[in-house]
Design a protein around this ligand. Sequence first.
Ligand SMILES: [Zn+2]
Length: 279
Amino acid sequence: MSETPLIHRHTSSPEGALVNAYLVETHSGVVAIDSMLTVTDSRALRRSVEALGKPLLAVLLTHSHPDHYGGLTELVGSDDVPIIAPQGVHDVIRRDDPIKEQILRPMFGDEWAARRTFPDTAVQDGERVTFDDAAFTVIDLGPSESPHDSPWLLGDDERTVFLGDQIYDHTHCYLADGFHTRWLANIETLRRRFADDAIFHIGHGGPVDARAWDWQRGYIETFVGTIERADWSDPGRAREAVIEAVKTYLPGDDLQFLMELSIDPVAAQLGLLEAPPNA
Ligand SMILES: [Zn+2]
C-alpha cells in the first residue's frame, strides 16, 4: 500500500532563531530534516517525534549552520539512526564547531548544547535515500548561504523541496560566511530547475514558492550593495547606513541580529574594513 508521507513543521522559539525542522512521517517511522539551535527547542522537537508514536529513522541536514545541527544531540537521543549529508557538510561542521562554540556559548549559555552530535553518513550529489514510500534526493550545492549547503527533494516530481536557508521568508538573513556571489548564482540555478508550482520548505518561515527567489536576490543585493557604497572611513556610520538600507528593504526586525553579525565580515571580505579576529 502506498501512502503519501506527511510533512510536519516544527518551529523554534524566537530566542532559538525561529528555525524550522521538519518531521516527515512515513508508514512506519519519522525522518527529520534538520534540528534546532537550542537545547530547549530541540527537546521539544524530540517530543514532537515521540508524539507521532513512530520511531525516528534518520536525520537529513540541509546545510552546515549551527541553528540546524546544534540540536542533534537532543533530537536523536540514544537512537541509533544515521545523520545524513554530503561529505562537505560533515567537514564544515567539524571544522567550524569550535568557532561556533566560542560565538554561541556567550550568547546562549547552557542553551547551546554542551555536547554536539555531528553527521555520520555521507551521500553524493543526486544520491537517494528511501524510507518506506518516502524517497529523498540530495542536491550537493557547495558554498551558498553557508559554507556547504545540501537541499533535499522529497519524491520524484521535484515539487517538494527542503531548501534550507537558500530563501528566508521575509526575515533578515545571515551572510557572514561571505559566499553571497555563489548564493546569487545558486538562486538562478535553482530557480531554473524547479517548476513554478514547487513548494519550498525553508529553514526560517515559509513555506514559500518561486516568487520568493526575487525577494531573496533583492535582499542580498541590497545588503552587499550598501556595504560597497558605504564610507568605511567611519565604520560606525557605515554600519548604520547598511542597517538603514536593509531595513528599508525589509522593515521588520525578525533575525536582525543575523544581518548585523554579517556586516563586518562582508565589509572585510570586500577589503573595506580590517578583517575581524577569527575571520
Ligand atoms: Zn538557519
